[in-house]
Design a protein. Structure first.
Length: 74
């Protein structure tokens, strides 16, 4: 199966709420590790970061199903 990008993939990657939710959820999983390595201690509870990432993932799934007004060719 060949993967085919949508015609407006750049606009979706930059403007879609669902994509931003996925970007931020990844950051919420990576940022605490970076902070721990650089500072030597946890800035916030790992459960907090996991909760933020999980909430953002759920939001991203819901937002993916909503028309975000990013049409072809924009």
């Amino acid at each position: 199966m060949k993967i085919k990008l949508i015609p407006n993939c750049r606009a979706v990657a930059l403007r879609a709420a669902s994509m931003w939710a996925f970007y931020l959820s990844a950051a919420a999983l990576i940022l605490p590790e970076v902070l721990f390595v650089t500072l030597g201690y946890d800035v916030a509870s790992p459960r907090f970061w996991w909760g933020v990432a999980a909430a953002l993932l759920v939001y991203g799934i819901i937002a993916r199903l909503v028309d975000q007004g990013i049409g072809d060719g924009e």
